[in-house]
Ligand binder design. Sequence first.
Ligand code: GLA
Length: 345
Amino acid sequence: MNPKSYTIRNKAGMSITVSSLGGIVQSLLVPDRNGKLGDVVLGYPKATQHHDNGYMNALIGRVGNRISKGGFTLDGTFYPLANNSKDCALHGGEIGFDQKIWDVRTFAGADGPSIELTLLSPDGDEGYPGNLFVRVVYTLMEDCAWRIDYMAVTDKPTVVNLTQHAYFNLSGGKDKDLCGHYVQVNASRFTEHLKGNIPSGKVLPVEGTSLDLRQPTSFCECLHGAKKDAYLKKVGGGFDHNYVLDRIAPGLSQAVVLEHPESGRQMEVWTTEPCVQVYTANFLSPKDKGKFGYGFDPHAGVCFETQHAPDSPNQVGFPSIRLDPGQVYRSTTIYAFDVVDVCEG
Ligand code: GLA
């Protein structure tokens, strides 16, 4: 089946175009301080090019990020998984949710125009147990926020950790890298990882390291300048780290603020998840020409993958991602754009 594209638009003119292939965001148009729309996600002319280019802007499941040890054990049964990336299972497996054709419908939601994506992942899909029904709703709120509501139910005990792999660059195609952006991540701890980006199990303070983004920080200084230390050199020369969020209460909590002063665009990430993977597109390659007419180099954009910690099924100290029959998996993340005088709310 060929993928189809769907577009919704809010009253401020913000719009999102989404493919039935992987729920891939093909464009996200957001006004700048002069009300001029710009596309704030990287992308390629065809949705089918996105998987091989870093899972670009796609829904990720059943389990985002990495699972080590060739699989995981649940209730005494070992479930082997394909090691589709180096020595681990990454982003759902060989054919994860980003490569599936989802059922899609658009509707007028209570909070704004919405796109509903549903998928039935059969028992044994990519090695995971249980028939898993997944529903994801993208909503464009009137205050210029892109809200994602995830829901899943299963008929056997299983594991679930869904996320979205959007690559943001708030310049709207003008800047070829993240210089010009400032980032703040509300996390005073991160999960240490070993070779292959597999967590050691230790949760360490960011204080005193280049990973400390608790104050607005220039991406340029981190990626190219003074702030670069061993942590940033290790993995592709940039951020690819799981931050444990400092949350005050359950529910939606502000995780990230990304600012691009030149355009006047600012994006806040709010989530119900405990963690966010900050990934500065370290493995992108310019081999394929993107939708702005040029190929994307490392650091062309940044992902804020809200999630439970990587390798949770094999890490006893991390919050569980187990889902049982009768339970409902729910997760919400909001990418809220704040553009002075343009977006109401
Ligand atoms: C995640 C991972 C990265 C990389 C990208 C996809 O963000 O943490 O290491 O695998 O996905 O290229």
